[in-house]
Write a protein that binds this ligand. Structure first.
Ligand SMILES: NC(=O)c1ccc[n+]([C@@H]2O[C@H](COP(=O)([O-])OP(=O)(O)OC[C@H]3O[C@@H](n4cnc5c(N)ncnc54)[C@H](O)[C@@H]3O)[C@@H](O)[C@H]2O)c1
Length: 474
């Protein structure tokens, strides 16, 4: 599915036409075409600041340096002491931010360590750092604020400032989306410090091209050893439901790109398409209705003898049957509830007994429809909101097993599902976000692969919106 207006607006005629009429030109987003790289920011620079009581400088500098990025600071920035101390300890050099005239490359990302903010005065340090720098952000640049999670704040003021960061990031994301840049917030719970590497890699790289204005929390992950994101899915066995086409096929493809053995499942009516998709990935096709009463047993029977067990389960299969509630038939209600939510609960219940490895990870596909609601979607939105609650409720159990469960909530994504929408709501749907365009199935797949990785330990029970900061429910 393609966005013809985006292509048109980037043609030479389209550029003139759009500027004459004052129409927006959606930015071209850069997406990865290769597996997670170790040095994925090689040749790029990250400009780092923080408040003068920040406590996360060490893990931040370690992770950003580990991605191959050059580390830059603003020499006159008041929040430098913790950064300088950490850099000296880690034997890392911090370069000064070059002037615009120097011809040096601009900094790809601005990262601010807000973990020590505890007063109105201290929050001024964030303003002083970001305000002069933000206009120099290149296209597809990144802003990331890293703060203490509100639950881990040790005072009223610290919690207030921590929440203030959410508003800051949401608003800045709306300002910088025009050039394809994103702003996000990474919240760190006490004990989550050792889990910063994977989410930093995600948020600072092309893998999060369509994620903006979002908050993600990382907490402790007892009983699991921290491993690096690149290569972490190599040899893992992953089940993806609804894998014949659309988002599911893309999830299967990105997991396979990362080295996973994929088992793609879809409705028996889609066996042909499923076979083709799986053949291109060396995957295994399983033609099975997710609502079959014995679905979990049949999955376990397919996977067990050949692969031992599942490391990853992605619940992607889903349908819409839209009608205003007053006109909705019980068949439409039951069908959507059963496929989008009932099947997830039943399959997981079975796989948790047999089929999923002890430390297995589950990712469920929700929707921003479940967050904002939508006229004509009482059935669909109930299921997608239910998925968010389910991931939250199941998180403690999954943590005990050494695994995790999370949800991804897509916004408007260019698939057959959205291509089937009438033209006017489709055009509105794809533009009402900070990046003025619909996402690609790959955007969802990148987020799923990140959350499916054991490197994302400590991220559990969360819902990550991949929606270009859609204004819906924001
Ligand atoms: N496309 C979007 O903009 C968007 C937005 C938000 C959420 N989502 C969610 O993302 C997921 C994938 O959406 P998509 O756009 O790729 O949809 P799609 O219709 O293109 O693909 C859905 C797949 O699920 C399969 N499926 C349906 N019922 C099944 C069943 N009973 N058993 C097994 N497989 C079944 C279909 O055959 C199909 O291959 C869905 O859960 C959807 O709700 C999509």
């Amino acid at each position: 599915m393609s966005d013809r207006y985006l292509d048109f607006a980037h043609s030479s005629f389209g550029k003139t036409f759009a500027s004459m009429l004052g129409l927006p030109t959606p930015p071209r987003l850069r997406r990865p075409d290769a597996p997670w790289a170790g040095q994925l920011l090689e040749g790029k620079f990250v400009l780092i600041g923080g408040d003068d009581a920040a406590v996360l400088s060490e893990p931040l500098l370690t992770a950003i340096h580990g991605m191959g990025a050059g580390l830059r600071i603003v020499p006159e920035h008041v929040g430098l002491p913790p950064l300088k101390k950490a850099a000296a300890k880690l034997k890392l050099s911090l370069a000064g931010n070059p002037s615009a005239e120097s011809g040096e490359p601009r900094s790809h990302a601005l990262v601010f360590d807000a973990s020590g903010l505890n007063s109105i005065e201290s929050i001024r340090e964030l303003y002083d750092f970001m305000q002069p720098l933000v206009r120099g952000l290149p296209s597809n640049g990144r802003v990331l604020v890293v703060s203490r999670a509100p639950e881990s704040a040790d005072s009223v003021l610290a919690k207030t400032m921590s929440m203030a960061m959410r508003g800051f990031v949401r608003s800045l994301a709306k300002e910088i989306g025009k050039n394809g840049s994103t702003a996000n917030l990474l919240e760190v719970e006490i004990g989550g410090e050792s889990g910063l590497d994977a989410p930093l890699r995600f948020f600072l790289s092309e893998h999060s091209a369509y994620v903006s204005g979002q908050t993600l929390s990382v907490g402790p992950a007892e009983g699991t050893s921290r491993i690096a994101l690149p290569g972490s899915l190599n040899g893992k066995v992953a089940l993806v439901t609804g894998a014949a086409r659309g988002i599911g096929a893309s999830i299967a493809s990105v997991l396979a790109r990362e080295g996973a053995q994929v088992i793609g499942m879809d409705h028996p009516s889609q066996e042909g398409a499923l076979g083709e998709t799986m053949a291109s990935l060396n995957g295994v096709g399983l033609a099975l209705d997710v609502t079959a009463a014995d679905a979990a047993e049949r999955i376990a029977a397919e996977v067990g003898p050949r692969f031992g067990g599942l490391d990853v389960v992605v619940h992607n299969a889903g349908v819409t049957r839209d009608k205003m509630l007053r006109n909705m038939s019980p068949q439409f209600w039951d069908m959507v509830l059963n496929i989008n939510l009932g099947a997830i609960l039943r399959i997981n219940e079975g796989l948790l007994k047999k089929g999923l490895q002890q430390n297995g990870r589950i990712v469920c596909i929700s929707s921003i429809g479940g967050i904002g609601g939508n006229a004509g979607q009482t059935n669909y939105a109930s299921t997608k909101a239910g998925v968010i609650g389910y991931a939250d409720a199941m998180a403690p159990l999954m943590a005990k097993r050494g695994g995790a469960i999370n949800a991804v909530a897509p916004g408007f994504i260019e698939t057959q599902m959205t291509a089937a929408m009438p033209m006017a709501p489709r055009e509105v749907g794809r533009r009402i976000n900070s990046l003025s365009q619909g996402g690609m199935p790959q955007d969802i797949a990148e987020a799923v692969a990140f959350l499916a990785s054991p490197a994302a330990a400590g991220i559990n029970g969360r819902t990550l919106r991949v929606c270009g900061q859609n204004w819906f429910g924001a």
